[in-house]
Design a binder for this molecule. Structure first.
Ligand SMILES: NC(=O)c1ccc[n+]([C@@H]2O[C@H](COP(=O)([O-])OP(=O)(O)OC[C@H]3O[C@@H](n4cnc5c(N)ncnc54)[C@H](O)[C@@H]3O)[C@@H](O)[C@H]2O)c1
Length: 363
């Protein structure tokens, strides 16, 4: 079979470090086109990843219309995901969309329905599912080692971790702040591990208490005068299966926080990712005593993107390989398009609940 031909829209941080880097070296992929409104970003990627002859588009509609492309990867600010995906489907392309799928549930639902109608595949950039630690936790859950899971925490509370590049500070471009940045990952991880993607109600609170506290951020100072997004969000979410998820998301918080993480509590044991460097910890009763086990599973945080090989140390490589194999063998990818909808529904509901002070029901 001929190699699948890819086009990447958005050559910023994730477009380059994850998508272009992985696609440039994948044996079943041919990266034929890039698109960005900043031509220097395409030039830099071409040079860095040896993409001589790659086509470069300033307008995503031209890339979507390119007949030499089978698959479009969308790596642009959140607000653009919907219109770009719709253009790609209209031109008969498969779509990989970075998280979150969209900034409204109506858009997310339309994207999933349009993909289905067009007979094309759609997936979302939740590479954290491919961390070795997460796959280990998934096996524990599936083997029934935790018993009935009735409580979980979706955690992305960063002590300091404010993204200072791109459009993260602009509601009109990002849809919100931390809730449209980190929360999608931790919500996805939690629902994936619980195998329950059906939220039924949400009570939430959205805050911007820390916007002016720009000291100590590893990514530098941000333009707090022009930021109009929340820096913190909390929520209690009830799932159809009866479990409760507590969402804790913050770009900056005076707490020893946990970035991009999850914690599951079952009737037999609990598990979290709060060991050294994000290692898995299982808490259980062993020989009649409380015990904490730290199985030797490669710690995940360094494995986000990059690396020379597609392998155990590169969650992004695993995620994109699963996607490429899914397209090649005409099967579902691990990250199913419709699983992106409840993520957006929950975030929307957190905002609405915070505005009204009421519990929001999701149907
Ligand atoms: N999977 C992950 O872990 C992860 C990590 C970071 C970001 N993301 C997601 O990736 C997306 C991009 O984030 P980023 O941090 O790479 O941002 P970024 O600002 O670094 O990159 C975005 C790029 O899109 C380009 N762009 C903007 N408007 C465009 C347009 N109309 N046409 C073509 N290009 C356009 C920008 O010039 C920029 O190069 C966001 O949706 C974000 O949520 C995912």
């Amino acid at each position: 079979m001929a190699k699948l031909r890819f086009g990447v829209i958005g050559c910023g941080w994730i477009g380059t470090a994850k998508h272009i880097q992985t696609l440039a070296k994948h044996p079943d992929a041919s990266l034929v086109a890039l698109c960005d409104i900043l031509p220097e970003r395409m030039d830099a990627a071409e040079k860095q990843y040896g993409l001589a002859g790659v086509k470069k588009y300033a307008d995503y509609r031209d890339l979507c219309a390119d007949k030499d492309i089978d698959v479009v990867h969308i790596c642009t600010p959140n607000m653009l995901h919907h219109e770009m995906a719709m253009a790609a489907f209209a031109n008969g392309k498969h779509v990989h969309c970075e998280k979150p799928l969209a900034t409204t549930s109506a858009h997310a639902i339309e994207m999933v329905a349009t993909a289905r109608k067009a007979g094309k595949r759609l997936t979302i950039g939740h590479q954290r599912r491919f961390f070795s630690s997460v796959q280990y936790m998934k096996r524990l859950v599936e083997a029934g080692e935790l018993g009935e899971i009735y409580y979980a925490k979706a955690l992305d509370a960063r002590r300091r971790g404010v993204p200072t590049w791109g459009d993260y500070m602009k509601k009109a471009r990002n849809g919100g702040g931390i809730l449209f940045d980190g929360a999608p990952h931790s919500l996805d991880l939690t629902m994936y591990l619980m195998d329950d993607f059906k939220p039924v109600s949400v009570y939430g609170k959205v805050l911007s208490k820390m916007r002016h506290e720009t000291e100590g951020n590893p990514w530098g100072v941000w333009d707090h005068e022009h930021s109009d997004v929340e820096d913190t969000g909390f929520a209690m979410i009830t799932m159809e299966g009866g479990a409760t998820i507590y969402l804790e998301a913050a770009w900056l918080i005076n707490m020893l926080g946990y970035a991009n993480s999850t914690l599951l509590v079952g009737t037999k044991a609990g598990v979290d990712m709060q060991g050294k460097d994000g290692a898995v910890r299982v808490n259980t009763i062993y020989n009649g005593k409380m015990a904490v086990m730290e199985p030797e599973v490669y710690s995940p945080m360094a494995a986000l993107v990059g690396g020379e090989e597609i392998g155990d140390r590169n969650a992004a490589g695993y995620e994109l390989d699963d996607w490429i194999q899914a397209l090649k063998h005409d099967r579902e990818p691990l990250i199913k398009a419709e699983q992106g909808i409840p993520v957006v529904q929950i975030i929307e509901a957190v905002f609405r609940s915070s505005e009204t002070g009421e519990v929001v029901h999701i149907r």
